[in-house]
Design a binder for this molecule. Sequence first.
Ligand code: AKB
Length: 314
Amino acid sequence: MQKPILILGACGQIGTELTVELRKKYGSECVIASDIREGNNDLVKSGPFELLDATSYGAIEDVVMHYEIDEVYLMAAMLSATAEKFPMRAWNLNMGSLFNILNLAREGKLSKVFWPSSIAVFGPNTPKEDTPQNTIMEPSTVYGISKQAGERWCEYYFKKFGVDVRSVRYPGLISWKTMPGGGTTDYAVEIYHEALKNGNYQCFLNEETKLPMMYMDDAIRATISLMESPAENLTIRSSYNLGSMSFTPSEVAKSIQKHIPDFSISYAPDFRQQIADSWPSSIDDTLARKDWGWQPNFNLDQTTVEMLENLKRD
Ligand code: AKB
């Protein structure tokens, strides 16, 4: 029987869909959703929900003890664009919350932990195409620096204290249920909303900016599949490269035009362009495929169909 799971940041873009999927899989009662605020009414109603600040060790510990939590998914984070505006807040949230769960696991209060890393761990000196698992990193953003440091700490806690921590480097994630907040890849969600609402979109990245992306269903499947893999199969305890598709804003626009021929796009790059320019264009995820059988299902055109159909119905 599945032991209780706690999701921190359950009302965010990934947390919302992860909570729904884990509740479907293991039953609502053993998946405790938590966030600093009640962002999603369905989550609050469909199972246990706790108001919880991921930077408060004591508050998390109380919930862990109360529900006899066994596994934690830490999805609370400040993303790349917002983190550039609030560097210290980003560092404190992204690192403080990670230390809280690593230390709870080290003390034997958790048996398994998931923590999301990102393609933001890479930087301008990283090979751009088919970026390998192990390569030059040197992130140049506040968010990327926090993710790279986090990866080092995850591996350290695994090696020194035997903490069973698992992680993937998410690319930009595309979903229709919850909006992303404060990321550089957010345009790839906004564009579908604007295409349906107004028939046009002004993109904050230039037309040639190619970035690794993934449809949310694939991201959730990857996350749960990594967490369910036998520990002895895992050779990476920092964070796995995770690939799916790569595209530019003009390629998404063309994909949308197959369904909405009049859709138009214009470009007004802002400070996020520099962040995007420092990230890889495509990812080599050989190790994720080999160690735990990772295989994406959605390409760009399939993602477009899913996004437009679901947003129209919503
Ligand atoms: C962001 O754009 O900051 C995130 C990410 C790639 O981690 N979506």
